[in-house]
Design a protein. Structure first.
Length: 427
């Protein structure tokens, strides 16, 4: 028996956007945000001026109870550290992140876009999307080069099927034709997952290719296929060469009723705070649908992690408000860009040609070598054992190298050691 609150949300979605309602998984249709302890506590927080005996924390001397030996190491007020954050996150942080999105993505202006909901980083955001939209047997379409954790999130947890297409065409650009061919096979519903800058290749498409991707999605939606389009923007902003410099999210917002764009991003990679685990999930839809999706998303969060880390949100909020934020972000960008440029300079050496080529890269943290005749896993283990060099074997032919964690002056030595490892295995 479906809960009455879920029924209300579903009726609202069916009225405003039957297509998006049809995109929901069975779990998604059953989800709602309960009117329980949290909602009653929120009401008490506004009106209980005498005593507020609602929420399960302890207080002392008018503030959250805490240990002195913890508090003396932290520079934040107890109220911004110890109480539970709301399931959707700190409201001011949500608002400021949306302001950032609008500033970074001109195509988002004047579109119907919801307030970002705070997640426990990117994987949690992907997991929320999988819960909301994927039934067993549903198809996830993504390029051949993709982050392996997608398998766990969408296949193992939700029973979906991953279908891939070649990421690159013969000219090194995004393979628009292969994307179209794969997407056109889906006749009722599909979930599209695009990750730019791409992990593992470090590739972001050109403005021309990005517009072509959007056109493909619009054409397939116009044919009647309902498309949930997930934009994994984990490495957003780290664009080093000619490419589109905004998310496809804004370009996809409001262009067809059969398209639901979902932006999943966060501070983890963008702002170098990986361990703080602060991410965001943002929807683009009609206002009533946005409200229903937010309630269902809060229901997932409440039923899984309950709420995210309060102190992490406090730290990020203060950082985004800091006068030093933009200056320091540009400083780190220059370091990252320097490493990417140096990597390309080193890879131009023709001595490497017998052993590998490399996939196009222009952004992000990574690049990938495509080995000619050597097994990637065999090379990975050999590099570890003989040279103390760690890389990732993505499949039988591809080696992922994270130039993000190698000093610029050490990049040439890194690739020379990989070269020596290849020489060893070729003898």
């Amino acid at each position: 028996m479906m809960n009455a609150l879920a029924v209300q949300l579903n009726e609202k979605m069916q009225k405003e956007s039957p297509a998006i309602y049809d995109m929901l998984s069975d779990l998604g249709k059953n989800l709602y945000y309960p009117k329980g302890i949290l909602s009653q506590s929120a009401e008490a927080g506004k009106k209980a001026h005498r005593f507020n005996a609602t929420i399960g924390i302890a207080t002392e001397n008018g503030e959250p109870m805490h240990f002195r030996h913890i508090q003396e190491k932290l520079g934040y007020a107890p109220k911004d550290i110890y109480p539970y954050a709301a399931p959707q996150g700190k409201e001011l942080l949500r608002s400021i992140w949306k302001e950032k999105l609008l500033a970074d993505n001109p195509s988002m202006q004047n579109k119907s876009i919801g307030l970002p909901i705070i997640t426990s980083a990117l994987t949690h955001g992907l997991s929320i999307a999988a819960d909301l939209f994927m039934n067993p047997g549903d198809v996830l379409i993504t390029p051949e080069q993709y982050w392996g954790n997608y398998n766990t999130v969408f296949q193992i947890r939700r029973g979906g099927r991953v279908e891939t297409f070649p990421l690159f065409n013969e000219n090194g650009g995004f393979h628009v034709d292969a994307f179209r061919e794969t997407l056109e096979k889906q006749k009722e519903k599909a979930i599209v997952l695009l990750n730019f800058p791409n992990n593992p290749t470090g590739f972001t498409p050109s403005i021309e290719d990005a517009n072509a991707i959007v056109q493909v999605i619009k054409d397939v939606a116009a044919s009647g296929t309902k498309l949930v389009v997930l934009l994994d923007d984990a490495y957003f902003g780290l664009f080093y060469e000619d490419s589109i410099r905004e998310s496809l999210f804004g370009l996809l917002a409001d262009i067809h009723p059969n398209i639901l764009p979902v932006k999943i991003d966060g501070a983890t990679k963008e702002n170098y705070v990986w361990g703080l685990r602060v991410g965001f999930i943002t929807y683009a839809a009609d206002p009533d649908v946005l409200d229903a999706l937010e309630q269902k998303t809060k229901g997932i969060i409440r039923g899984t992690i309950s709420s995210g880390s309060h102190i992490s949100q406090t730290i990020l909020l203060e950082s985004l408000q800091s006068e030093e934020y933009l200056k320091e972000k540009e400083e780190k960008f220059q370091i990252m860009q320097g490493r990417a440029v140096k990597t390309k300079q080193v890879l131009a050496n023709e001595k490497y040609a017998p052993f590998w080529t490399y996939y196009p890269f222009n952004s992000g943290y990574f690049m990938c070598l495509k080995l000619n005749d050597i097994d990637a896993e065999e090379l990975r283990l050999h590099l570890l054992d003989k040279y103390g060099v760690g890389v990732i074997a993505s499949n039988k032919t591809d080696i992922r190298v994270a130039f993000s964690c190698v000093e610029e002056n050490d990049i040439e030595e890194l690739f020379d050691l990989i070269y020596e490892g290849c020489q060893d295995l070729s003898k």
